[in-house]
Design a protein. Structure first.
Length: 440
């Protein structure tokens, strides 16, 4: 949510900044044009008065309808120097503490100057600047709201798409974004839409694509397509695994029975050993298929966790020590819990190094060895079928830990894989606290 909020505000702020920049440039241009026009009109009037005053001066007459003076002390120094060089000009200055527009020209050895009030002109320019600023602020506000609205729509759809992507990553392959397809004007069957225009949409695998592109919708549809394709492939893999395991089960059972009739000796032992390994692999595949189908249900009963762990460890006949720090009575499926512990101990015995330690502390059971530890990809992604990760962990089919994950999900046990700080693989089982019924 933080990312999309940042994106939303970035779009809104960027749109507002661009609008403000454009408004500032346009405002400056409008101000310059209008100011040049208004000030030009005042200059034209004061220049006309100057010509009139010069004519009156030459004829030695004077009329009181023009503000005129010879060498006035308040004449701007820059304008005075210009006249001293024989030039004629005009500029804004002060006269009697009020803003005026001066115009001056040489008259004999003196400076003849006229002036017009300029305060009303300044008020007009100030009013125009205020109007320009108000218009720019209004435009920036409207554009900011429009940008925020548009960015919010994009943000919400990106948030939905990201949430679906996280659900798919977590294993929910049924999750879909499901944005509805955009509607166009329809097709009358002759290549034109119902509005009379040419239909710009194209056919894509029997589905009509919208007339206009929507990149967010494209991403969402690509995500849905990816999830659908991934789900189909995984379902096909599950069906194939289950079918193969089921088909192998019957001939394997017959082969084991036939091998029992062979005469005693090394060949019989080798055949029985390979057939039993293949039989166990087939049973593991069938168990994984049942777990992944979601039909497995736990047969819950009251179990003393510490004693159940001791018995499960003893049943494996593997060298492992059990330490019960604090025992509890839980509701769980004893057979499935035994299966989980047996697979963890077999994995530790096959891929790790002794000593193998099992610790029970309340509803938490920790199984660890002192071998090379779990590979990083297993810790990050979890166990996967037919992938054993680091070659240092030994050889195998990668089914034991996959079964552990599936059985733990049936029992609502929180399962985590890690490596101990001092070396060795460490698996932690956390039984649901809500199923605790008391302590022994």
């Amino acid at each position: 949510m933080r990312v999309t909020s940042s994106l939303r505000w970035k779009i809104a702020l960027t749109t507002t900044a661009v609008c403000c920049a454009v408004a500032a440039v346009l405002g400056i241009l409008v101000h310059n044009v209008v100011a040049r026009q208004i000030v030009g009109e005042v200059r034209k009037d004061v220049d006309r008065d100057l010509d009139y005053a010069l004519a009156q001066y030459q004829y030695g007459t004077s009329h009181g309808d023009v503000n005129v003076a010879l060498d006035p002390p308040e004449l701007p120094e820059q304008l005075r120097k210009l006249v001293a060089r024989g030039g004629t000009g005009s500029m804004v200055g002060q006269q009697a503490g009020k803003p005026v527009m001066w115009a001056a020209a040489p008259a004999d050895d003196k400076t003849l100057a006229v002036w017009l009030p300029y305060e009303s002109t300044r008020h007009r320019l100030r009013d125009i600047d205020t109007a320009i600023l108000a218009s720019a602020a209004l435009a920036a506000g409207v554009v900011a709201l429009a940008g925020l609205f548009l960015a919010n729509r994009i943000s919400r759809r990106l948030t939905t798409t990201a949430a679906v992507a996280r659900r798919i990553s977590a294993g929910d392959l049924d999750a879909r974004v499901g944005f509805p397809a955009e509607q166009d004007g329809g097709d009358d069957g002759n290549g034109k839409d119902r509005t009379g225009g040419t239909d710009d949409s194209a056919e894509d695998g029997g589905r009509r694509r919208p007339r206009y592109r929507d990149e967010v919708r494209d991403v969402a549809q690509a995500l849905d397509s990816m999830a659908r394709s991934l789900q189909e492939r995984i379902e096909a893999e599950k069906r194939f695994t289950a079918d193969v395991a089921h088909e192998l089960r019957t001939p394997l059972t017959g082969s084991l029975a036939a091998a029992a009739l062979l005469p005693e000796g090394r060949p019989k032992e080798m055949i029985n050993d390979r057939l039993k390994a293949l039989h166990l692999l087939t049973e593991d595949l069938l168990e994984i298929s049942r777990l992944e189908s979601g039909v497995e249900r736990a047969d819950l009963a009251r179990v003393e966790l510490g004693e159940a762990v001791r018995r499960a460890v003893a049943a494996t006949r593997l060298e492992a020590s059990v330490r019960v720090v604090r025992d509890v009575v839980v509701l769980t499926d004893r057979r499935r819990l035994d299966r989980i512990l047996a697979n963890l101990l077999v994995n530790a015995d096959k891929h790790g190094e002794p000593p193998v330690e099992v610790t029970v502390e309340g509803p938490v059971v920790v199984v660890r060895d002192h071998g090379p530890g779990y590979p990083p990809e297993l810790i990050e992604q979890g166990p996967q079928r037919f992938r054993t990760g680091d070659p240092g962990r030994g050889r195998g089919h990668g089914l034991g830990l996959t079964i552990v994950v599936g059985q733990a999900a049936v029992l609502d046990i929180a399962l985590s894989f890690a490596n101990a700080p001092d070396g060795g693989a460490m698996t932690t089982l956390r039984l649901p606290v809500g199923r605790l019924t008391g302590a022994s």
